[in-house]
Design a protein around this ligand. Structure first.
Ligand SMILES: Nc1nc2c(ncn2[C@@H]2O[C@H](COP(=O)(O)OP(=O)(O)OP(=O)(O)O)[C@@H](O)[C@H]2O)c(=O)[nH]1
Length: 330
């Protein structure tokens, strides 16, 4: 049988009809007519709601959110397939303009990498607001990639009438393809955004399975989940330079559980007093961070999870380029 595929003239004893049928079966299915697929970058300064938007679009928590600015450090893709269109989203770290540490340089490079080669950019700002930090992000965009102005947190705008002159002034700043005043927390607005984005994606076959949500590993999701709990339970006390490194991520065979995953992670902070802050009174806070992260990971991975957490002080790590790389930021 195999021989026949390598020999288009056919093997003795095989009719041309058989061969035709066999070749047809081996062919990669062509894209279904009307299918679309493309990459959408979500870009904006810190804290404008990019992660909230990505999570709403993907329909599951992929990127961590927090009230603290600059909690997103990695380029994260979320995938969503609706009707005939597959949307591949890229989240980017908030563009840092104020401090020039090695960590910030690495973050800015990630932003640049993310918007160079996409089909559509969602430039997220707070509705009615445009600051120097927004202008710096906008100045990075290459001409030619359609860009939507997503005026987020519309629910926070009291006087809607004032938005029209603001939108007009935004059109003078950049040739935006469309304006989308919306709230990332409003389901109807998210639906509308899907319809708007679909038009800008090229007609081609899908790259991922219909149900895939992210191309990130479970190990990555583990570090993101611990990081989210870390910031949630330390409030605004802990500087954003704290990070989480997963030292061990192992799946073990188990008779009792469908899946059993053992994870060990280290929370890296810059100072001794930050370490105390994370550990809390009699270790209470660290315990809470660990418990909540474990419960969430069990749901996300559909597995029994053992999570071991450590806290280490590494002063000045955010200023040290080699160390930034060793923690997984390119
Ligand atoms: N009222 C309101 N709040 C929002 C909306 N979207 C996001 N937020 C809030 O804004 C804050 C920042 O949201 P994030 O999604 O973490 O922002 P981000 O742009 O990803 O931030 P970085 O990770 O720092 O770049 C959170 O407290 C969100 O709950 C919205 O439409 N309306």
């Amino acid at each position: 049988m195999n021989q026949a595929t390598n020999d288009p003239a056919g093997t003795p004893g095989q009719s041309p009809d058989d061969l035709e049928a066999m070749l047809a079966a081996a062919r990669v299915p062509a894209a279904v007519e009307g299918q679309r697929c493309g990459v959408i970058a979500i870009v904006g300064k810190p804290n404008v709601g990019k992660s909230t938007l990505l999570n709403a679009l993907v329909g599951q928590k992929i990127s961590i959110t927090s009230r603290k600015a600059q909690t997103t450090r990695h380029r994260i893709t979320g995938i969503r397939t609706r009707d005939l269109t597959q949307f591949v989203f890229v989240d980017t770290p908030g563009f840092q303009t104020r401090h020039a540490t090695a960590l910030n340089k690495s973050l800015n490079k990630t932003v640049m990498g993310a918007i160079g080669d996409v089909d559509l950019i969602l430039f997220v700002v707070e509705a009615g607001n445009f600051t120097l930090a927004d202008a710096k992000v906008l100045s990075l965009f290459k001409p030619g990639i359609p860009t939507l102005l997503v005026a987020n947190k519309l629910d926070m705008v009291n006087r809607r009438a004032e938005l029209a002159p603001w939108l007009k002034s935004m059109q003078e700043r950049h040739p935006f393809a469309e304006f989308v005043p919306m709230s990332a927390k409003n389901k109807g607005d998210i639906e509308r955004l899907f319809d708007i984005c679909a038009k800008y994606l090229p007609e081609q076959g899908w790259w991922y399975g219909e149900d895939e949500l992210t191309d990130r590993s479970e190990k990555f999701l583990a570090s993101e989940t611990v990081r989210e709990k870390l910031f949630r339970f330390t409030g605004d006390e802990l500087p954003y330079t704290s990070t989480v490194v997963v030292d061990k991520f192992e799946e073990e065979a188990s008779k009792q559980h469908k899946r059993l995953v053992k994870i060990a992670a280290t929370i890296v902070v810059e100072r001794d007093n930050h370490k105390m802050m994370v550990i809390g009174d009699k270790g209470e806070r660290l315990k809470r961070i660990g418990t909540e992260a474990r419960q969430e990971l069990e749901k996300l991975m559909d597995a029994k999870v053992f999570l071991e957490l450590w806290v280490k002080v590494r002063s000045g790590w955010a200023d040290d380029e080699a160390r930034v790389r060793s923690f997984g930021y390119e």
